[in-house]
Write a protein that binds this ligand. Structure first.
Ligand code: NAD
Length: 303
């Protein structure tokens, strides 16, 4: 029987893209894949995907194209650069870009593709590699309502919560507003916990107190930055896994650019950006972002 599901092309099979493509295969989609790294494609082929020779090749038959790339420059050159896929995509195809990039690039790519009757939504994610693997990502979509509705069954195969934030670019803005707040919460929680420790309190007891008081927040609930408070948190595993410091630094850079363009006051975000930059420069870029706790706990304290 003819498969009624749309044919999906997936470009960018890194830490996030590979498990996302795996979940599409598990849900029964026919998936063709392309990445610059051959082994990334080989792994997906073993799980049932079709491997393409080039980006042009992978999109030729595709009804829906998903990209999961490092930054805005990669997305721009993939779709609308000199050798852009705009020349190869089927008219009427839907492009879902799940990379975290600047909203301006998302809007520009959307408007150029629209001139060729190619639909585009930005759909960045929250949930990290764990969420990508478990198929529980949060997708935050920017774009037209009908494209959002069209994308839903595909996004639901990879995620649990799917939001329509607004027009093109709104997904990217919403994502970095959230991550800017997350960085501030992580820093605030870290400094409060360390001050409690410095004054002789047990961080587990202090965390329990704050969890039942007005300082309660997501980091205390699920992602305590102090080692050995939460057995499953990255802090209890030498800050391995989770969401890397350098990715938080990247998102804070995007947040600061966005704030500048909209003339928004973001003093807390700016401070978080500085502190995450220092932490990265000190060699912690590959650790989980909750390792910012060490910026407080390892400081030489003068009496
Ligand atoms: P990654 O570096 O692991 O993967 C990116 C992949 O894209 C690589 O395999 C690379 O070879 C491929 N690639 C780059 N240019 C390409 C091109 N022109 N054609 C084909 N393939 C190309 O990155 P990641 O951790 O998977 O992150 C991807 C995106 O998701 C980023 O925008 C990141 O900010 C965002 N994100 C990451 C996380 C996370 O925890 N890793 C969480 C949320 C969002």
């Amino acid at each position: 029987m003819e498969n009624q599901l749309p044919k999906v092309a997936f470009i960018g099979l890194g830490n996030m893209g590979a498990p996302m493509a795996h979940n599409l295969l598990k849900a029964g989609f026919s998936v063709s894949v392309f990445d610059l790294v051959q082994t990334a494609m080989d792994n997906l082929e073993q799980a049932g995907a079709t491997q393409a020779k080039s980006a042009e090749n992978v999109v030729q038959e595709a009804d829906v194209v998903i990209s999961m790339l490092p930054a805005g420059k990669h997305v721009e050159s993939l779709y609308v650069g000199e050798k852009g896929l705009i020349k190869h995509l089927k008219a009427g195809a839907l492009v879902i870009d799940s990379s975290t990039i600047d909203a301006a690039t998302s809007k520009m790519v959307a408007s150029q593709l629209a001139q060729k009757n190619i639909h585009f939504i930005d759909a960045p994610v929250s949930g990290g590699v764990g969420g990508a693997t478990a198929g529980t990502l949060t997708f935050i979509v920017g774009g037209d309502q009908q494209d959002y509705v069209r994308a839903l069954p595909i996004l639901q195969a990879m995620g649990k919560n799917i939001f329509h934030a607004g027009d093109h670019g709104a997904g990217q803005v919403a994502k970095i507003c959230n991550n800017m707040l997350l960085s501030v919460l992580m820093l605030g929680t870290s400094e409060a916990l360390q001050m409690a420790i410095d004054n002789g309190l047990d961080p587990k007891v202090m965390s329990d107190i704050m969890l039942q008081s007005s300082g309660r927040n997501w980091t205390l609930e699920l992602y305590n930055p102090c080692p050995d408070v939460m057995p499953n948190a990255p802090s209890s595993h030498d800050y391995q896994g989770g969401f890397m410091v350098d990715l938080m630094k990247k998102d804070l850079g995007l947040a600061m650019d966005t704030g500048l363009k909209s003339q928004s006051a973001t003093p807390m975000g700016a401070l978080a950006q500085s502190l995450y930059s220092i932490h990265s420069q000190q060699g912690n870029g590959q650790l989980d972002f909750s390792s910012i706790f060490n910026l407080f706990s390892k400081q030489e304290k003068s009496k």
